[in-house]
Write a protein that binds this ligand. Structure first.
Ligand code: ADP
Ligand code: MG
Length: 296
């Protein structure tokens, strides 16, 4: 369990990047921090694994202030996937993935065996094991980064715009893989993005941030889509929305929530509010018909 308690971070100049931020994160769920560039998302994420220390307040993991933990041991228990994958260029894929087990003193053979298992888990062909990062596509590099983050078998996974630099088709693939992996692994995942569609797709809970990491709204995608807290949130949701073909669909099988409206790409765009119960599911046009209304 991760908890931010009144956390502020000021860099040398200007307004604080994060100001008096408090949040308790749901264990074994995906929490998405979403906000525009500069809103303090990366700073928040890095305070969890002590890549950044707060100026005031503190971060707790399982009730313990992380300030009391050595950064090195703390980070071995927390997987981190940066936007640029952050792979070591002079190490082969297999050794990049095995980094943490090797640091922990595992024998090389065992570490590499674990690394090849993880390549399979994240959908990388074994043929790529002996390549160097520069010989991979962007999507493959991100998969390696995810495998590397999982190699220490952490309970917590921090993902900082991990799919921001890959093309939309590969990104959609990686998003689906993330959901599939999480069904199996059930980690506590903190996922940062500026993309509200990605936030709604991946998040069990979504935290919409204003500058200074001020929480504009915190809730499930369904909550936020159905009832944006204010104009800021409504605009943030709305700004990404073009003209789309909408269908009613179960957003994710495990949710069993049949009130979510998705677009052709499978991204949630709204929630059906039907007074008094079940939806006219056969109706292919969800917008304003028979007392059913799309919100969001
Ligand atoms: P986000 O990830 O949402 O884009 P960041 O946490 O990276 O936001 O940055 C929040 C604010 O803090 C920005 O104004 C940024 O310029 C500033 N900032 C981030 N890192 C540093 C740093 N190392 N030194 C000075 N200012 C920083
Ligand atoms: Mg950032």
């Amino acid at each position: 369990m991760i908890e931010f308690v009144g956390v502020t971070k000021s860099y040398d100049d200007g307004a604080p990047a994060v100001e008096n931020f408090s949040l308790r994160l749901a264990p074994r769920r995906i929490t998405v921090l979403v906000g525009s560039s500069g809103s303090g998302k990366t700073t928040l994420l890095r305070m969890i694994n002590r890549m950044v220390d707060p100026s005031a307040g503190h971060v707790e993991i399982d009730g313990e202030d992380v300030a009391g933990r050595s950064p090195v041991t703390l980070r071995r228990g927390i997987g981190y996937v940066p936007q640029d994958a952050g792979l070591l260029p002079h190490r082969r894929v297999i050794d990049n993935i095995a980094t943490v087990p090797l640091l922990k003193g595992e024998p090389r053979g065992a570490a590499q065996l674990r690394a090849s298992e993880l390549m399979n888990v994240v959908g990388l062909s074994p043929a790529l094991a002996r390549r160097y990062p520069a010989q991979l596509s962007g999507g493959q590099r991100q998969r390696v980064a995810v495998a590397r983050a999982l190699a220490g078998d952490p309970n917590i996974l921090l993902m900082d715009e991990p799919f921001g630099a890959v093309d939309p088709i590969v990104r959609a693939d990686l998003q689906q893989e993330t959901l599939r992996l999480q069904q199996e692994l059930r980690k506590t995942i903190v996922f940062v993005t500026h993309d509200i569609d990605e936030a709604f797709l991946l998040g069990d809970e979504v935290v919409v941030l204003r500058p200074g990491a001020q929480v504009a709204q915190h809730g499930t995608p369904t909550d936020i889509l159905a009832e944006p807290a204010d104009d800021f949130v409504a605009a943030f949701i709305g700004s990404a929305r073009g003209k789309r073909r909408l269908t009613i669909s179960t957003r994710r099988p495990r949710d069993g929530d049949d009130r979510v409206v998705v677009d052709a790409g499978g991204y949630p765009v709204g929630v059906i509010t039907a007074p008094g119960g079940r939806l006219p599911v056969a109706d292919p046009t969800p917008r304003s018909r028979g007392g059913t209304q799309v919100v969001g």
